[in-house]
Design a protein around this ligand. Structure first.
Ligand SMILES: [Zn+2]
Length: 298
């Protein structure tokens, strides 16, 4: 697997790491020499080389090699791992990209991982390791035939909600596996439980039971996660049926808390998708929040 770094990302990571570093003097000496070069192209390419050398020398990529060792499926299935600068902390993530070109070429050659990351993360030790482990395990799942990942279409509110719940469930299994390896801690488990509980309409005892099933159970696959996200109610057969107050009219998920009074602005937003929607219709908190967060009626 070939690892590539966007030059701007490398430069900014090096500048952050070198500031206050005893080797800073040496770095600036080398850089000042390059400033003296007249030819613009040579100068620019020498800057790139300088930053790359120091990127290695300062060990900024060490975490990447360390984490990759834990996920051999990436090495065997992906041809390129590309790091580029993220525009915001929230957009930091890794995605598997499969090129449609050259369908006759072997699959590995068409697969790349694109990692969007802020330069400062390279200098943040444990936080950087955590980020890489989470993102690489996520991609390892996608590549794992036993996991059986499938992209599901998103057409309406129901699909959107399903996708949200599926993602939370998937993240729960990822965090659980990181926890089992000693790479995540009790605080993260507790945080993950709160997110899980908010996303799934379950009573406390069921929420705990199913959270533990996904967090501590070691082998889950796409179909199982998808079934739980779509038909949570089927999993609680046998437990008190009367626990659900009813189903949400928009997404048809069973839920305990139904809302039936809406401000006019919200009615307008919902009617964009559901023409006949009336005051008094019962919907779930998740759908309420979903429409509430849409800024305009379009
Ligand atoms: Zn709903």
């Amino acid at each position: 697997m070939k690892i590539e770094y966007q030059p701007q990302l490398v430069e900014e990571a090096v500048l952050r790491k070198i500031s206050g570093n005893p080797e800073g003097k040496q770095f600036r000496k080398e850089r000042d020499k390059i400033y003296e070069i007249d030819d613009k192209e040579t100068r620019e390419s020498d800057f790139v080389k300088l930053n790359q050398n120091w990127f290695q020398r300062l060990g900024l990529a060490n975490a990447i090699f360390e984490v990759l060792k834990n996920f051999p499926i990436l090495e065997t299935s992906v041809a390129r791992l590309v790091f580029f600068k993220s525009s915001s902390p929230k957009k930091q993530s890794a995605e598997l990209f499969v090129s449609k070109e050259g369908l006759n070429v072997n699959v590995k050659e068409r697969q790349s991982i694109l990692v969007s990351i802020l330069p400062e993360l390279f200098c943040e030790g444990e936080k950087f390791l955590k980020f890489l482990r989470f993102e690489f395990l996520h991609i390892a799942d996608i590549l794992d035939l036993d996991f059986g990942y499938k992209l599901e279409p998103q057409k309406d509110v129901y699909d959107y909600l399903f996708q949200q719940r599926y993602t939370i469930l998937w993240n729960t299994t990822i965090n659980g596996r990181l926890y089992a390896k000693g790479w995540a801690f009790e605080q993260e488990r507790a945080q993950n439980y709160l997110i899980f509980k908010e996303a799934f309409p379950l009573e406390d005892s069921d929420a705990k039971k199913f959270f533990n099933y996904f967090f501590f159970g070691n082998s889950h696959n796409h179909d199982e996660l998808s079934l739980f996200a779509k038909k949570t109610e089927n999993w609680i057969v046998g437990s008190k049926q009367q626990t659900h107050k009813g189903k949400c009219k928009l997404c048809s998920f069973p839920t305990f808390k139904l809302i039936s009074e809406f401000p006019e602005s919200l009615l307008g937003k919902i009617r964009k998708d559901f023409e006949d929607f009336e005051q008094g219709t019962q919907i779930c908190q998740q759908c309420f929040d979903l429409y509430d967060s849409r800024n305009t009626v379009n």
